[in-house]
Ligand binder design. Structure first.
Ligand code: MCN
Ligand code: CUN
Length: 801
């Protein structure tokens, strides 16, 4: 098929002619991405623009004795040097984090992680700015760092946050969920209990595009425009207004094309604030772009959960209760992005997909001398950790009982008739048919055949074969406003739809794509509701001056929340069109019926479809001199705000097959079957793309990725030489399956899917590797299962039986 024609049938990708609504179609945005016509922050070039660079701390923990910027200031081409002291004079040295803590914009008293921001140089060009950094003299007094979270609460541990009044240690919060007494009581009586410690290591979302900003403060109009790759432009604008005292209507945040976010672009970074201050100070636009190492060292990391899981069960494999203790490493500032009432994100869904009588978990958050973050990398607010925990524990239990992990899961999955299902920790799962999804995955992979091959291999020798299963349930689409907010901003989303006289439409939404294809799928939602072509719907997003307020794109909330707003605003337009059509047809609106055929959507008199008006005809009439009934406004525009009644609960069954070389510890992923259920799929091709990406993430985390530090707090993974990204070399050809269980409360029955595969896949890969290692008596090993780690796991245990 012709690649330039998005409406052509393409047998390679399975994309068909542009559908009149849901279905496979190529992404509208790809035309510009493929031709190099995307417009990213670093493409923004304004007249007179200056360039900024950040001086960063070489120490993980040190007191700042003095900062001397005079030589840098005198350097030719340097326009300004901003230090913590400069900012302190403006009351901007500290900024609020999304968890209600504060974070240093530029350090004043101490540096608290390696790579922390210390000074900002503004110069005529980026090279001069970087050169001048070397002329800034900072006198540090190194302090003992806290690197291991398990030592953070030790008596006498250095106090990292002595800036907080009354703080005597590194404790941030304790949080619990579920019923402790009931859970403990079940554990006491249980026939079988298992326990396992595990670490979900610190990893990084590592988007291809690093963070950066262009700030342009106009001294005449007082208007501040900030281009940055944010996942939440409206939230950023409101925070700038609240913190800097700038009038909100004089702030415009533009998130242009974004080269991947994965949760790392939700928060406000010191560099953004520095660029803004730099522009205010110089009266010229200032661009700041970080490099790869800066991105890996200082922007939002993910996970870093030390977990202990326990399961109580009957001897025949019925899981009765689950108990979890977590130590959460939040780094030097508590900067996780999550709803206010959920300090551990949505870890509370740790009972997973199983019908369990009782559950209890405790999470303790601590500071260490590492970068802040915690909620990123397609985590669905920590459901990654929750799913990993419960899916590892199910395999540990299977091992203990010598049971088949697939059968054990089947026995404990929540039955379809139990939905809506209230979990022991109080979450209401909206819909699901779990056994069907697991059965499909097992059939696709030919599970019994694989087990037979495995038995043969174990008997005859050769590479080790492992089969790993993971069944996950997610909770995405935050969230009901009464339960969920970020720093007091409720999590509802606005949408505006304008239908022009010729029937072409413009949709304005508050969420912001980082590669998820919203310009296509959101146009498809409007197209389905109005019976128009998605090509006739332009989606505007990522610009606070152009779009209604809403909280943005993360936690796979765009389709559940903004997507719902889109369907509803389109339905409002359709209802208005009914009134206009009634006037055109001289009929009662009640006598009209809506239909969508290949020719498009139309209102017509019931029973006589030919006696009707197309949506395009109605749009023209709504703007014409047609006399409209009393109370009916002209035009076909509408606005709405959607406050979701509940989260959506997508789920899936994954099976991973690996071959492990016992001599080298090398793991090869032979096959990966993923059955996903995200309710109704708007664009199945985009959904599959999202799943492919997430599965690759899972292989990355399970086998390759780790943000490591030495005992002094030196970052050991600050480049892609050390921090490994999965490529096609490590990935098999994905085998996808689907079931469709619509969300009962979403207007089009869709559930979110953007993070599903990242959440569900790591456990499948790890379970597969450990399944391969089972004859060696290895019950658990932590990610990443690099050849070295697998090899040492093999050495530390009895010879193969
Ligand atoms: N979709 C669909 N049918 C459904 C569900 C979703 O067609 N039933 C489509 C959506 O309309 C959208 C895409 O799939 O085009 C993802 O939708 P959704 O699940 O609503 O997730 P979001 O759009 O809110 O994306 C956020 C999610 C998150 S939180 C991370 S992290 C992540 C992810 O998306 N970051 C990504 N996928 C990413 N993909 C790319 N390319 N880049 C990122 O940074
Ligand atoms: Cu947790 S990563 Mo996504 O929610 O942006």
């Amino acid at each position: 098929a012709n690649a330039t024609d998005t409406t052509a049938t393409d047998t390679e990708t399975g994309a068909t002619a542009t559908p009149m609504g849901f279905g496979r179609m190529h992404r509208k945005e790809d035309a510009r991405f493929i031709r190099g016509r995307g417009n990213y922050v670093d493409d923004v070039r304004l007249p007179g623009m200056l360039h900024g660079a950040i001086l960063r701390s070489p120490h993980a923990h040190a007191r700042i004795l003095s900062v001397d910027a005079s030589a840098a200031e005198a350097h030719p081409g340097v326009k300004a040097v901003i230090t913590g002291e400069t900012l302190a004079g403006m009351d901007l040295a500290w900024m609020p984090t999304l968890s209600g803590d504060v974070q240093a914009v530029l350090a004043t008293d101490k540096v608290r992680f390696q790579g922390q921001e210390v000074a900002f140089v503004v110069a005529e060009d980026p090279y001069t700015a970087r050169d001048a950094l070397e002329l800034i003299e900072v006198d540090y007094e190194p302090l003992e760092p806290v690197i291991d979270a398990r030592r953070a609460l030790d008596e006498g541990a250095p106090v990292i946050r002595d800036d907080v009044e009354g703080r005597t240690g590194n404790h941030i919060f304790d949080w619990e969920a579920g019923d402790r007494e009931q859970t403990d009581a079940i554990f006491e009586r249980a026939e079988v209990t298992v326990a396992q410690d595990m670490l979900y290591p610190r990893v990084h979302p590592a988007p291809l595009e690093t963070c950066g900003a262009v700030a342009d403060f106009d001294r005449v109009t007082g208007k501040l425009t900030v281009w940055c790759p944010t996942q939440a432009p409206h939230a950023h604008r409101t925070l700038y207004a609240l913190v800097a005292g700038l009038p909100e209507h004089k702030i415009r945040v533009i998130s242009p094309d974004v080269g991947g976010g994965f949760g790392g672009k939700v928060g406000i970074y010191p560099g953004y604030v520095c660029a803004i201050v730099g522009s205010i100070a110089t009266g010229r636009p200032v661009k700041w772009m970080e490099d790869r190492s800066e991105n890996l060292m200082s922007t939002a990391f993910a996970r870093d959960y030390h977990m202990r899981g326990e399961i109580a069960a009957t001897r025949d494999g019925k899981v009765l209760a689950i108990r979890v203790k977590v130590l959460a490493d939040h780094g030097a500032f508590n900067g996780t992005a999550q709803p206010t009432k959920f300090p551990a994100g949505f870890f509370g869904v740790f009972t997973g997909s199983y019908d369990i009588r009782a559950a209890h978990c405790e999470v303790t958050g601590v500071h260490t001398n590492k970068a802040p973050g915690g909620v990123a990398y397609a985590c669905s607010f920590r459901i990654t950790e929750a799913v990993y925990l419960v899916e590892r524990m199910m395999d540990v239990l299977a091992c203990e009982l010598d049971a088949d992990p697939a059968e054990l899961r089947m026995k404990n999955l929540i039955r379809p008739e139990r939905f809506p299902y209230t979990s022991p920790t109080g979450w209401e799962y909206d819909s699901g048919d779990y056994p069907r999804a697991l059965r499909l995955a097992l059939d696709m992979v030919e599970y019994d055949k694989l087990r037979a091959e495995q038995a043969e291999r174990r008997r005859d020798g050769g590479p080790l074969l492992g089969i790993g299963i993971s069944f996950f349930t997610e909770a995405v689409g935050a969230g009901p406003r009464k339960h969920m907010d970020i720093l007091g901003l409720g999590m509802a989303d606005g949408a505006e739809l304008r239908v022009h006289p010729t029937g072409k439409a413009v949709l304005r939404v508050s969420c912001q794509s980082q590669g998820q294809g919203h310009e296509t799928t959101f146009a498809q939602i409007v197209a389905a509701e109005l019976g128009v072509s998605p090509d006739d719907v332009e989606v505007v997003h990522g610009d606070t001056d152009q779009t209604p307020f809403g909280l943005g794109t993360y936690g796979s909330r765009s389709t559940p929340v903004s997507g719902a707003a889109t369907a509803i605003v389109a339905r409002k337009v359709r209802e208005r069109a009914r009134l206009v059509a009634a006037a055109m047809l001289e009929a009662s609106p009640d006598d009209l019926e809506w239909s969508v055929s290949e020719a498009g959507g139309r209102w017509s008199v019931q029973g006589s479809a030919e006696h009707g008006r197309t949506i395009q005809e109605i749009a023209m009439a709504a703007h014409s001199n047609l006399e409209l009934p009393e109370g009916v406004e002209g035009h076909l525009d509408a606005v709405t705000v959607y406050n979701p009644p509940n989260l959506t609960y997508p789920f899936g069954a994954y099976v991973c097959v690996v071959d492990v070389d016992p001599g080298t510890g090398q793991v090869k992923v032979r096959r990966f079957v993923a059955v996903d259920d995200c309710g109704v799929r708007i664009n199945p091709m985009i959904v599959e793309g999202q799943i492919h990406g997430g599965l690759a993430d899972g292989i990355g985390m399970a086998l390759m990725q780790l943000m490591a530090f030495d005992e002094d707090g030196n970052h050991l993974g600050a480049s892609f030489m050390d921090y490994l990204l999965p490529t096609s070399m490590e990935c098999p050809s994905w085998e996808l399956g689907e079931t469709v269980t619509p969300s009962p409360h979403h207007p089009v029955g869709a559930k979110g899917v953007g993070e599903s595969a990242t959440v569900g896949s790591p456990a499948a890969v790890v379970n597969a590797v450990l399944d391969a290692l089972r004859p060696y008596g290895v019950r658990h090993a932590d990610m990443p299962l690099t050849p070295a780690n697998v090899w040492s796991a093999l050495q530390g245990t009895p010879i193969r039986t």
